[in-house]
Design a protein around this ligand. Structure first.
Ligand code: UD1
Length: 424
């Protein structure tokens, strides 16, 4: 079993190339199911989640050029000429909840799909009721049997007006993809405005889909009967970029994030400035530098885009645990997303949890400890804490990190961190 071991206290100096977005990739890869034409995707990050998703697509009969050489290619060519299987089984879906994203495109293309219900995960219950109710509005018949979602639409899907009761990234992705092949017009209200959805939409448009309103809260889709061959480069991973920027905040130093773009990080950059991290935007990167040894506290509330992302909440909590005051973090998206707090407390952080509030009183020092990763973003918050802590931090269950951070150990080593993977 591997752990990540960090000897803290070294500031970071260097360049980090930001990978393609994980969340964007998963949605875009799923879109290949909508057509029998070839779809070439560039910039998919090399993560266990993306590898697994490509394997899932292969299980439906999708040919994936590049899969055998996964770690070394920049381009994957996906061809779903013939779909031979319509079933995403429990043993695959339980490994990755995002498998639910195949439901919409499979159903729209073939008129049937069976996908295991994803169930909850460590950060919350994460129901998929909005996905299912919306697909029903498009004419699908859906039943749940023995933990499986069975969806059928023998005569195809039909456009409709859909109002999401709550903003959901996954439901927006599923319904957007399904409506591309539905007959007539679909209007979807209260959709997620996350840039990853816009990225998916741009890919779908380049395939010939007729979509209006990307990046706003209402998307209109005029269904088409066929899509065409295309190629698309996945956008940069704004959560990975935010994580490295927060690494500079906690460890000190100056790093250049190649491929990061200000436009998609505006809200986050304002928060960084207020806590004491300067940034300079260049045409190919953003350079981050800690202004002084001291960090200011900040209160944040996690919200759908363009608000503060829940996927950076754990990392910010690690940073705030070393600020010169008290910060209040309100988690509004997931009901159980403070699993990193007890681990940070074991490293000397002063954090009190009250429902969806975390009150973080900054301390002067964190101390290295044996800690355990509980989910993707929680695990990287422990890496950040370890970079600044006195002594050695060993992080267990690092398979969570490999789901979402390509080459994190190498990227931090290049910047001077004393971090290694160790076999135990
Ligand atoms: C996606 C991202 C994840 C991010 C999250 C919120 C991917 C692969 N994952 O997850 O990294 O943290 O957005 O930005 O893109 N909900 C319902 N019913 C539904 C769907 C969602 O109640 O049918 C609730 C969820 O439980 C949650 C909230 O809506 O409380 C937002 O979830 P959602 O945006 O759907 O998250 P995911 O798409 O799962």
């Amino acid at each position: 079993m591997e752990k990540i071991s960090i000897k803290g206290g070294k500031p970071l100096f260097g360049q980090v190339k930001i990978s393609g977005s994980k969340n964007s990739s998963l949605a875009i890869l799923a879109s290949c199911l909508l057509t029998d034409k070839k779809i070439s995707i560039y910039g998919v990050p090399k993560l266990t989640d993306t590898f697994f998703f490509l394997e899932l697509l292969s299980s439906f009969g999708v040919k994936v050029e590049g899969l055998k050489n996964f770690k070394n290619v920049d381009k994957f060519v996906l061809s779903a000429k013939k779909i031979t299987n319509f079933n995403a089984p429990y043993n695959l879906v339980k490994k990755m909840r995002a498998s639910i994203l195949v439901l919409g495109p499979l159903l729209a293309r073939t008129g049937k799909a069976t996908v295991s219900l994803p169930g909850g995960c460590s950060i919350g219950l994460r129901p998929v009721d909005i996905h299912l109710k919306s697909l029903e509005k498009l004419g699908a018949r859906i039943s749940i049997e023995k933990g499986y979602i069975n969806a059928v639409a023998p005569k195809g899907l039909r456009g409709n007006k859909i109002i999401f009761p709550k903003v959901s990234v996954g439901a927006t992705v599923n319904v957007l993809m399904a409506s591309v092949l539905a007959k007539g017009t679909t209007e979807i209200y209260n959709v997620a405005k996350e840039p990853e959805i816009e990225d998916l939409g741009l890919c779908l448009k380049s395939m010939g889909a007729k979509i209006d309103g990307l990046g706003t809260s209402k998307i209109t889709v005029d269904g088409v009967s066929k899509l065409k061959e295309t190629s698309h480069r996945v956008m940069f991973d704004r959560i990975e970029a935010g994580t490295y920027a927060l690494a500079v905040a906690i460890a000190g130093g100056e790093i250049e994030l190649i491929g990061a773009k200000k436009k998609l990080l505006t809200f986050f950059l304002n928060i960084l400035e207020s806590i004491g991290v300067e940034y300079i935007v260049t045409d190919k990167s953003i350079i981050f530098k800690k202004r002084s040894n001291s960090l200011n506290p900040v209160d944040i509330i996690t919200e759908p885009y363009p608000g503060f992302p829940t996927d950076l909440q754990a990392q910010l909590m690690a940073v705030m645990s070393m600020s010169n005051g008290t910060s209040v973090i309100t988690e509004n998206i997931f009901e159980n997303r403070f699993m990193h707090a007890p681990e940070l407390i074991r490293m000397g952080a002063k954090i009190k949890l009250k429902g969806n509030l975390a009150i973080v009183e900054g301390v002067k020092k964190l101390k290295g400890a044996e800690v355990m990763a509980t989910d993707l973003r929680a695990s990287v918050s422990l890496v950040l804490a370890g970079l600044a802590a006195e002594g050695t931090t060993n992080i267990d269950r690092i398979y969570h990190i490999d789901r979402g951070y390509q080459d994190i150990v190498k990227k931090l080593q290049i910047c001077g961190a004393n971090i290694n993977r160790i076999e135990v």
